[in-house]
Design a protein around this ligand. Sequence first.
Ligand SMILES: Nc1ncnc2c1ncn2[C@@H]1O[C@H](COP(=O)(O)OP(=O)(O)O)[C@@H](O)[C@H]1O
Ligand SMILES: [Mg+2]
Length: 281
Amino acid sequence: MIHFEGVTKQFGNRVAVDNVSFSIDAPQMVGIIGRSGAGKSTLLRMINRLTPATAGRILFNGRDVLSLKGGEKRRWQRDCAMVFQQFNLVPRLDVVTNVMLGRLNTHGTLKSMFNIFGKGDIDRALSALDRLGIVQEAVKRAEELSGGQQQRVAIARALVQEPQLVLADEPIASLDPMNAQIVMDALREIHERDGKTVICNLHTLDTARAYCDRVIGMRDGVIVFDGAPEALTTDVAREIYGADDSFNEAATSTALDAPRQRAGAVPLSAGAMTPAAAAAV
Ligand SMILES: Nc1ncnc2c1ncn2[C@@H]1O[C@H](COP(=O)(O)OP(=O)(O)O)[C@@H](O)[C@H]1O
Ligand SMILES: [Mg+2]
């Protein structure tokens, strides 16, 4: 479904992503790991056209998304919902309106300008918040919520976009371990229950191991590992992170207690995502 062919991004003389090729052929949860500056964000941002590629092609179901223009480009950006490290909510707006902003690309610009949301939009937003276990926060201002709750609002906003693909750029880097687990559980659940491909940049190894079906390791703009988490040995990790003999997995750990095996047992009813999510509400 998604196919990278020789994708390159240069910033001046600096090659941030260097001739990268890979395919995702079926819905997967893919973790991209590597240390800071490896090119993870640039790779993700080229998919939804936030950063223009210098060379190469990205095909989604056979269509070259790098050449889309105007309305087609906007539709594609709606099709790939993005979740950011810093949540990117509008702090003074209430939570449910923040979620409904995910509908804007669906409506015309004119309708958006007048902030006209239909009842359908409100219902969708509330049910997304319910699914994330935070519907009781719907009328609060976004800035009143904790970081973990804000990231769940951002995921609800991504859901109402009804995306084909969810892109998450270090979604847990600003969160404590418990909220990190809730947010990763939510992304995993979107993959499992909705059958979406989720591509998630993570700077820690253990999170990728715990949640992803497939891990891509980047170093200096190049893919140096692409495989199952089980194949990610300490030697491979050392290669990805470019560490010397003193390399220690603890340095790349957020210490999440959330094995992938457990994800299969997650209850899928609305509003009750996982035991961890329920405990935090
Ligand atoms: N807008 C930009 N202008 C110039 N250089 C950039 C820009 N964005 C990223 N880079 C450079 O590209 C490289 C890859 O960055 P990035 O994709 O952010 O890596 P990561 O997300 O893995 O930390 C880094 O060397 C970074 O300094
Ligand atoms: Mg980054």
